[in-house]
Design a binder for this molecule. Structure first.
Ligand SMILES: Cc1ncc(COP(=O)(O)O)c(C=O)c1O
Length: 448
């Protein structure tokens, strides 16, 4: 193995690929760009991992971290509090939709999802509905990797090695309109069908056993499936009908990614819980949260009651200080409005790629897009497993990076390229992304 990877075990990485060669090593970032250890520049088309929303190289976020570490590097939120957690929870509660006023900090997204499932179970026990423990989520959706979150995740390849998982993770169809099994000619009717699939699953399982439905505003895995018109409103009605909690998993879709602070605001629905992480600090320090409605904390406010759950580094003072500085920066620069203003141009620029025969579907919202690649545009025929492997790992991932674009070429579902640049990106970056994709995808077509 190459010297630099003798000891490092990378995440979701085929380590054997680096037995001989060297691993790409990123050493510096500035704005929407990063540089590798050879000094080569790349457009960061994924904001790290849907995370660096404010862009790289923000001195004020680094300074906020340093200042807090000098003042109080660490104290837990276990029976004690510290000022930055109190202040950040208050700032977040002002931004969330409706009465999502309780912020339970974690260190990342999986823990936020795990916490939400545990809260749902504990809440229902406390209010006299102890059978409610199951969760409904969508096929292919990624909700994290810890055992509870993994049971909510619907990516078969990520689950198989770890079975048996936590019981009670029920799966329903996602909102892939490009490959709609029903109502392929009517987006709204398709949305009603997809929402009603949730109702059918709840009925099948027994409503008295179902605790929560976990959905992303725009589903990431599979390639940025937006919600059809009316989908979330229908899901909300269904959850109310069956007394089930609606959890909006916004680990990616909050903090401006869709042009609102929260994805639920973008689509106009009211969840019972929001789970978030990533852009909450723009990645300058790890932080996540489960944000719950007033109703959900109610039973835990009674004498002698508590939510028996906690994480040493959840709500770390340094991360909370960075979270506050990140919000200051967002407000001062109007980053959320910037996304709203430039999102149509991002879409229009990516849609230029439709003239390539390999580009089947360009979909997403805000600064969050997937481009589905197809073998035959007219029939929408996709690639088989071997072709997909050759296309994604054999060519695209390397060729895009080589061409100076860091993004994600993925085949957890059908093959897609995913883009999620920093919220500061403008037409200059959109054009650069389009040009690199055009060149690399044209070459990919000729290899097929
Ligand atoms: C929607 C969603 N939920 C949960 C997670 C897990 O977050 P983390 O990797 O911070 O544990 C992710 C990560 O990408 C995600 O996209």
């Amino acid at each position: 193995m190459g010297k630099e990877t003798d000891h490092l075990w990378m995440h979701f990485t085929r380590m054997g690929a680096y037995r001989e060669g060297s691993v790409p090593t990123i050493v510096r970032g500035e704005g929407t760009y990063v540089w590798d250890s050879n000094g080569k520049r790349y457009l960061d088309g994924l904001a790290g991992l849907f995370t660096v929303n404010a862009g790289h190289g923000r001195a004020e976020l680094a300074d906020a971290a340093a200042k807090q570490a000098h003042e109080l590097a660490y104290f837990p939120l276990w029976s004690y509090a510290h000022p930055k957690a109190i202040e950040l929870a208050g700032r977040i509660a002002e931004l969330t939709p409706g009465d999502l006023n309780r912020v339970f900090f974690t260190t990342g997204g999986s823990e936020a999802v795990e916490s939400a499932w545990k809260l749902a179970r504990s809440y229902f026990k406390k209010v006299g509905q102890p059978l409610r423990h199951k969760v409904v989520s969508r096929y292919l959706a990624y909700h994290g990797t810890s055992m509870g979150a993994l049971s909510i995740t619907g990516v078969p390849a990520f689950r198989a090695e770890f079975e048996p998982l936590v019981p009670g993770g029920i799966k329903v169809p996602n909102t892939n309109f490009y490959r709609a099994p029903e109502h392929g000619d009517d987006y709204e009717a398709f949305g009603v069908w997809a929402a009603e699939e949730i109702a059918r699953a709840i009925e099948r399982e027994g409503p008295e056993t179902v605790a929560a439905v976990f959905l992303e505003p725009v589903q990431n895995a599979g390639g940025c499936f937006p919600a059809p018109p009316g989908y979330f409103q229908r899901v909300r009605e269904i959850c109310d009908r069956y007394g089930v909690l609606l959890v909006s998993d916004e680990v990616i879709c909050s903090w401006g990614r869709l042009g609102e602070y929260f994805g639920a605001q973008y689509y106009g629905y009211q969840p019972d819980i929001i789970t978030t992480a990533k852009g909450m600090t723009s990645g300058y320090s790890p932080l996540g949260a489960m944000i719950a409605s007033d109703r959900l904390i109610e039973p835990f406010l009674a004498d002698g009651q508590m939510f028996a759950h906690g994480i040493t580094f959840g709500g770390h003072p340094v991360s909370c200080a960075v979270g506050l500085a990140n919000l200051d920066l967002f407000e001062r620069e109007g980053l959320v409005g910037h996304v709203r203003e430039h999102a149509p141009a991002f879409r229009a620029t990516l849609e230029k790629l439709y003239d390539l025969p390999i580009v089947g579907d360009v979909r997403g919202e805000g600064y969050f897009y997937g481009i589905e690649l197809v073998k035959d545009k007219a029939t929408r025929e996709t690639f088989n497993a071997e072709e997909s492997e050759r296309l994604i790992r054999g060519f695209l991932s390397g060729a895009l990076f080589e061409a100076g674009l860091y993004c994600r070429a993925d085949d957890r579902g059908d093959p897609v390229i995913q883009l999620s640049p920093a919220l500061t990106a403008t037409q200059q970056q959109f054009d650069e992304i389009e040009q690199i994709l055009r060149d690399v995808l044209t070459r990919a077509s000729s290899l097929l």
